[in-house]
Design a protein around this ligand. Structure first.
Ligand SMILES: *Cc1c(COP(=O)(O)O)cnc(C)c1O
Length: 290
């Protein structure tokens, strides 16, 4: 129905037919660094303010890595959840024993920015807000611009799970004020599964040293190693998957980059006014690579 692991092109698959070494310059500088730069330029109009960190594992690993490396013991996280993936962020927060407030919305409704506004007014202790952009299970596209405006008006850090929208729906992190945005190789970009990535506001990520409660999922340390080592991962990286992802990014560009319309209709957040919230996403999948 929506972007899961799905079909990949022959050219993406055949990009995996060589071997690379996690230590080599042609891999680190020729592939990893290129990908990191491209991800930032896809995510924001102000690339100098953002940076990308790649992380082994599936998308959930990256959501967990972000929450666990960014939210400190004294912070308070508000999770706005209108579906399975929003709830999962709440579960991660429980595992990490974060101070967490979960605001539940109906699965057939979008997250309501007004409700978040009221919650933040009543709970000034909240420091971070996290939300899913597209709730993949229902296809509901949350009104990210309106949510971000509220969160920024209250001066909170905004974390977005854009797993199934990044590469499919244009988002300008700098324009909206998004601080951390998470996605993975095998959804809209149409690479193969095996790693995910976090695009982060550089000034905030720089302050996250020592916050992580997990060694493998420490996004600060992973990022620091990539910065200093020019694309070096801390532990063995999924080299073939990463190479295939670079090919998928090239093909996205060749197809004209991010779509702003689908069959001539602008992509809009779900307002509850149509009867088929999943329509937009079905179309994106059908439109690309067929
Ligand atoms: C797919 C998805 C995830 C989880 O990704 P996995 O790769 O299955 O771990 C998280 N959030 C959203 C919105 C997703 O679509």
């Amino acid at each position: 129905m929506t972007p899961g692991p799905l079909t990949t092109t022959e050219t993406v698959k055949s990009a995996m037919m060589s071997d690379w070494c996690t230590w080599d310059k042609d891999y680190n500088e020729g592939i990893v660094e290129v990908i990191r730069r491209e991800l930032v330029s896809l995510a924001t109009s102000r690339p100098e303010e953002y940076t990308a960190v790649l992380m082994q594992g599936s998308g959930t690993f990256c959501v967990e890595a972000t929450l666990g490396s960014v939210v400190r013991p004294d912070d308070h996280l508000l999770v706005a959840a209108n579906g399975a993936y929003g709830k999962r962020m709440g579960t991660i927060a429980e595992y990490y024993k974060l101070n967490c407030h979960v605001m539940r919305f109906e699965e057939t409704e979008a997250v309501d920015p007004k409700a978040i506004d009221e919650y933040l007014t009543a709970h000034p202790e909240v420091t971070h807000v996290s939300v899913v952009h597209c709730e993949t299970t229902t296809g509901v596209l949350n009104p990210l611009a309106e949510i971000a405006a509220v969160v920024k008006r209250h001066g909170k850090v905004l974390i977005v799970d854009a797993m199934s929208s990044f590469g499919g729906v244009p988002v300008d992190m700098a324009a909206l004020g998004i601080d951390f945005m998470i996605s993975s190789a095998n959804k809209c970009i149409q690479g193969v599964p095996g790693f995910g990535f976090i695009i982060a506001r550089r000034s905030l990520l720089e302050q996250c040293k020592g916050v992580a409660r997990s060694l493998s999922l420490d996004i600060y340390d992973q990022w620091d190693t990539m910065e200093k080592g020019h694309g070096k991962w801390r532990f063995t990286s999924p080299t073939h998957v990463v190479r295939a992802f670079m090919q998928a990014l090239t093909e996205l560009k060749e197809e004209g980059g991010l779509p702003t319309t689908v069959h001539g209709h602008p992509i809009r957040p779900y307002t509850g006014q149509t009867t088929r919230p999943t329509q937009t996403f079905i179309y994106i999948i059908l439109t690309r690579r067929r």
